[in-house]
Design a protein. Structure first.
Length: 466
């Protein structure tokens, strides 16, 4: 396959892909280059044929050969970029799993952007009535206990199921939208989606649903550095991008939680301590959802909000959240958000931990591919199983996520660790090593395609249990 790309100083791209020419503007020359390289790499991998790419931009012209494994080989710039090559029949193309996308772009340059992730729309979160969780009667372990009794709130009545549509078509009947098949469909073909694309559509549909009342997902592992914070961030991004915002990531850590460090601030330094001073106001009828912007930190690209733990230095100044305060904060969170993801912190015997468990609808246990993180996961499962009926149910329906923590940890090592947990929980998902998860602030769009796809799969498994 041959591609020719011409990029002007303003970032406008003219692409010739197998004789089909398209033009599209980009914010910068660098953005246009990234789009071209992404398309060339995906095309080479999915067609199992090297892609010859000739690029002309303000820095000069060059010709490169993009191999099927992603390797790039510089070629002689004097080579003829229009030299013809035999086209591969569409029937011979075997599509591979593509990066997670919420839908196919409709701009003229859709063929170039088909492999890039697209953020979901961002409707304004609307208040939803709080649904009071069941209050356990007793606790059977020191680690997991029941929250204090709270006033009950009657849930809204369940609405009658809608009549089936006579115009919607099943996903299986829709033409391919991603990968090489989706690319060719942009030029008038009607190729069916691959099995991988159909599976991705099913996962996206599962994650994008809204439930009748708020839901709470708690990420547990008493071992520090086990991957709790990246797990909360990545799952929040998936649910918010596909479900349309209304997602809160809450750092319930009394030991300087890192959720605030690894996400972006909203121009202020508010934490749970500041919100605790205003919980009475936010429970009044006159409170406005927009006022929460001064207490949470919105993530613009990933569409979720962050409630930071108290990160002030000095033991005398730090505020340790109590169980009663967790109940107050939860009442506000459940009123304004449809989905709450809580980072448990590392102290499993504190009041804030016990209150958090009482509010949980689903638990997720991250396990980095090292023995001490696996031991922490095993211990928290045992603590849940020694608790009351609610805690035991959480353990039975738990989802374990095995994270590759070094490049040397192969998929076989992750699968081996996953198999050791599989008999004891609802499901286990593996997430490959990705350097963007190791340090610094985390953006979902910065991850590798296979990493984004793994997080989508994990979110779908979690959503099935809510």
């Amino acid at each position: 396959m041959r591609m020719t790309a011409v990029i002007d100083p303003a970032g406008t791209l003219e692409l010739d892909l197998g004789g089909e020419k398209t033009t599209a503007p980009y914010p910068s020359v660098m953005d246009a280059r990234r789009s071209v390289m992404s398309t060339a790499t995906d095309l080479a991998a999915e067609t199992s044929t090297a892609t010859k790419l000739h690029i002309e931009d303000p820095s000069g012209s060059r010709t490169i050969l993009v191999q099927t494994d992603g390797a790039v080989i510089e070629q002689d710039t004097d080579s003829d970029p229009t030299e013809s090559e035999p086209a591969q029949p569409a029937e011979a193309i075997e599509p591979a799993a593509s990066p997670m996308t919420s839908k196919v772009p409709t701009a003229p340059m859709a063929a170039v952007k088909a492999a890039a992730p697209v953020a979901a729309p961002t409707p304004t979160p609307t208040p939803t009535p709080a649904e009071a969780p069941a209050v356990p009667e007793a606790t059977a372990s020191e680690a997991i206990a029941s929250p204090a009794a709270e006033p009950t709130v009657e849930p809204l009545p369940t609405r009658r199921a809608a009549m089936p549509s006579f115009v919607d078509r099943p996903d299986a009947d829709s033409p391919a939208q991603v990968g090489v098949r989706g690319l060719l469909n942009q030029f008038g073909m009607k190729l069916a989606p691959s099995a991988a694309e159909l599976e991705q559509r099913r996962d996206e549909k599962t994650v994008s649903q809204h439930w009748a009342g708020p839901r709470t997902i708690t990420v547990l592992n008493p071992k520090g550095g086990a991957g709790k914070t990246p797990t909360v961030i990545c799952l929040s991004a998936v649910f918010a991008r596909l479900g349309g915002s209304g997602v809160l990531a809450w750092d319930n850590n009394n030991s300087l939680g890192s959720l605030g460090w690894r996400t972006f601030d909203a121009g202020h330094e508010a934490t749970v301590v500041d919100l605790l001073e205003q919980t009475d106001y936010f429970m009044t009828a006159g409170a406005r959802a927009g006022d929460l912007a001064s207490y949470v930190h919105h993530q613009p690209s990933d569409q979720y909000d962050v409630l930071r733990s108290d990160d002030r230095s000095g033991a005398k100044k730090r505020h340790e959240v109590t169980g009663d305060e967790v109940h107050r904060l939860y009442s506000v969170a459940a009123k304004y958000y449809r989905l709450i993801l809580m980072d448990s912190g590392n102290t499993e015997r504190g009041d804030n931990w016990e209150a958090m468990i009482g509010h949980s609808d689903q638990v997720v246990i991250p396990v980095k591919s090292v023995d001490d993180a696996a031991e922490g996961a095993s211990r928290v499962l045992s603590a849940l199983r020694a608790g009351d009926d609610h805690a035991q149910s959480l353990a039975d329906r738990a989802v374990v996520i095995v994270l590759g923590c070094t490049p040397s940890h192969s998929l076989s090592k992750l699968n081996e660790l996953a198999e050791s947990f599989r008999p004891f929980v609802k499901s286990v998902v593996t997430v490959p090593y990705d350097p963007s998860l190791i340090e610094g602030r985390i953006r979902f769009s910065s991850m590798l395609p296979q990493t984004r796809r793994a997080w989508l799969r994990a979110a779908a498994q979690i959503a099935e249990g809510l």
